[in-house]
Design a protein around this ligand. Structure first.
Ligand code: SAH
Length: 255
């Protein structure tokens, strides 16, 4: 497709799970040279600080007020800025195409004739796995790994049968609030109540917490430990491996 040179490009950029060292070089370069950054609430200040002093920053989420700009407004903002000739760095936590609504933003840009480039990022699952010492796959424990959204349209009607269990790892994004329904749903599907579970809060950040329990104890753990978003719930035997235990010991020694 040809386009007028006056139109800016929208870069949908994955910012990784938090630590700026986990940005791709491409993401870091784009942030450093950006004139306009449109970012989510989940982006760590240390990542935003890589931007130059003249960069215009627009946040589309005010985390404290729990108020997020509607997706249509974000799409319209990206298109408007690009059509006005501005290159946009649209910074998203983790990877833009994993529960990041990057697909919708890319579609809106395409529909308006705005060129889009995608820069992948380290998704929370990989960030959490690395920092907590939990391998998502393992020759002995898991050869299947699934990412699901714990908060989505029609959670209870969704068919999760077979996603967790022997030989499988299930990684649940956005599952803190719905942890009781999730545990219930999985056990109703036949998953044993003693399947090991890890909750990784603030993965790859200085205030990371790794909490372990069995599936039946998940709802209680989330309340007792006051688990807060962002957190991932990882379900499967890999969460109980020895290297995971070692990572926990190392963390406890640090704190
Ligand atoms: N695009 C993002 C996911 C956005 S959905 C990615 O690829 O990671 C937001 C959810 O991601 C949160 O509710 C949480 O479940 C998870 N998440 C994001 N950052 C996280 C972090 N640092 N630690 C743990 N979970 C995180």
């Amino acid at each position: 497709m040809t386009h007028s040179p006056a139109i800016g490009t929208v870069h949908l950029v994955g910012a990784g799970p938090g630590d700026p060292d986990l940005l791709t070089l491409r993401a870091a370069r784009l942030i450093m040279h950006a004139k306009l950054i449109v970012h989510d609430g989940l982006i760590e200040p240390a990542v935003l600080e890589l931007a130059g002093p003249g960069a215009r920053m627009i946040s589309v989420a005010k985390r404290r007020a729990h108020h997020t700009m509607p997706q249509e407004d974000i799409n319209a903002l990206l298109v408007r800025e690009a059509l006005a000739g501005n290159d946009v760095v649209r910074l998203k936590g983790g990877d833009p195409f994993v529960f990041g609504r990057g697909g919708e933003e890319a579609e809106a840009c395409h529909a308006a004739g705005v060129p889009v480039k995608i820069v992948p990022g380290i998704s929370a699952a990989m960030g959490a796995a690395a920092s907590a010492g939990i391998p998502l796959t393992h020759r002995e424990d898991a050869s299947i790994v699934t990412f699901v959204a714990g908060q989505c349209k029609g959670l209870t009607e969704q068919d999760w049968a077979g996603l967790a269990g022997k030989g499988r790892t299930l990684v649940i994004y956005m599952g803190v609030k719905t942890a009781p329904q999730i545990a219930e749903k999985l056990m109703a599907d036949g998953l044993a109540p003693d399947v090991p579970v890890a909750v990784v809060e603030n993965a790859a950040r200085s205030d990371m917490r790794v909490l372990r329990t069995a599936l039946a104890g998940l709802p209680d753990l989330v309340i007792r430990a006051k688990v807060k978003s962002p957190a991932l719930i990882i379900i499967g035997d890999v969460t109980a491996r020895e290297n995971a235990a070692l990572a926990r010991v190392a963390l406890e020694a640090m704190s």
